[in-house]
Design a protein around this ligand. Structure first.
Ligand SMILES: Nc1ncnc2c1ncn2[C@@H]1O[C@H](COP(=O)(O)OP(=O)(O)O)[C@@H](O)[C@H]1O
Ligand SMILES: [Mg+2]
Length: 263
């Protein structure tokens, strides 16, 4: 299995070197209401071109934020820019669409196609069966095959800090050598299992409503993440501004500082 995995990884990087590292596209012009020139000194820079380089089959991403804050919209944008690799989307609420994707409503059907037709491509799974057991099967199937980017929306439906699903945890902890990247989307960062954030290279945080969530994130992401919480809900860092709608605080965990962004 591992040998097969390695071969595929090499094949992908040889044929698609330009896709190994992906730049998130700049947002459309005028889409960001805040101009760089008008920024306050205390405010971190809002970049039109967010420096986001995602190495598929290797790195993990976490996207968090309150309901309606823009998580799935961003994830869709990331999905659009993934090319030349395999992507499986666990599309809990039927939020994903991409002209190059195939949509399935049954995991077995998806796996059959994936195994028969050629692996590369985007597979959106809007399974009729949303039960935990089915989600575990999805995770196991990915782990077994390797070399896939998994985009898992509404992961809080299955896992909490107390309730860690082995199948999902295996992907997070042991997925990398198998060429698995996990993009985890959750409304409640503080209820994500600790492994998920510690293993993520890229963390996007949209608006949050709970101070406890931000307090917890602060330990990973630094003070500036307080911008995602309305000032009237903050006990500290009232000097920091509030992020505009659909704006996220992004942190590459290998970099000393984060930045605000929007798609
Ligand atoms: N950057 C954006 N620009 C314009 N509309 C957006 C943007 N982000 C999200 N929306 C809209 O806001 C709504 C909620 O976004 P969504 O991504 O579904 O939120 P979440 O997944 O966090 O619950 C959707 O109707 C979506 O189209
Ligand atoms: Mg969503």
């Amino acid at each position: 299995m591992q040998d097969k995995g390695d071969t595929e990884t090499n094949e992908v990087s040889e044929n698609n070197t330009s896709n190994k590292t992906l730049d998130i596209d700049k947002p459309p012009e005028n889409s960001d209401p805040i101009d760089d020139d008008t920024k306050d000194d205390k405010e971190i820079q809002i970049k039109q071109n967010l420096d986001f380089n995602f190495v598929v089959y290797n790195e993990d991403i976490v996207i968090t934020g309150a309901k309606g804050s823009g998580k799935s919209y961003l994830a869709n944008t990331i999905l659009q820019i993934l090319h030349g690799c395999s992507v499986w989307v666990w599309d809990f609420n039927h939020q994903f669409h991409d002209s190059r994707s195939i949509v399935f409503h049954d995991l077995d059907e998806m796996l059959e196609t994936y195994d028969e037709v050629g692996k590369r491509g985007k597979y959106i799974l809007q399974d009729y069966n949303k039960e935990e057991k089915q989600f575990k099967r999805f995770c196991r199937a990915a782990f077994k095959r390797g070399n896939v980017v998994l985009l898992i929306d509404e992961v809080h439906s299955y896992t909490t800090k107390q309730k860690i699903l082995k199948e999902y945890n295996d992907l997070i902890l042991s997925g990398r050598p198998r060429g698995i990247s996990v993009i985890s989307i959750s409304t409640r960062p503080a209820s994500l299992p600790n492994n998920v954030l510690t293993n993520a290279k890229h963390v996007f945080t949209f608006r949050l409503n709970l101070e406890s969530d931000v307090k917890w994130l602060e330990g990973y992401l630094g003070d500036e993440v307080w911008q995602v919480l309305n000032k009237n809900k903050r006990q500290k860092h009232l000097e920091l501004p509030e992020v505009p709608p659909y704006t996220f605080y992004y942190r590459n965990m290998d970099e000393p500082q984060g930045a605000l962004g929007k798609v």
